[in-house]
Design a protein. Structure first.
Length: 81
């Protein structure tokens, strides 16, 4: 499964968010969930490109132009999971 490790990170962060007793712990859990979701999204964009989707097709999913999709997703960071 693409991004399986990131799905687990999201699940853990959301569980931590529900259990958090302080604002700082809730904020940290929310940050970790967002970072894992960003990584998951990047992994799926990379998989979509590998499967032959064009930047224009990816952009359409996000309401972006081809160039907008390239700017948003090309080479942002290393994909994990």
């Amino acid at each position: 499964m693409i991004g399986g490790a990131n799905v687990k990170r999201i699940t853990r962060a959301l569980a931590d968010l529900q259990r958090a007793k302080t604002a700082v712990k809730r904020l940290d859990a929310a940050r970790r969930a967002r970072e894992a979701a960003d990584d998951l999204e990047q992994a799926h964009v990379a998989a979509a490109r590998a499967a032959g989707l064009t930047w224009a097709q990816i952009g359409e999913v996000y309401g972006l132009t081809k160039q907008g999709a390239q700017q948003r997703f090309r080479g942002e960071r290393t994909i994990t999971g």
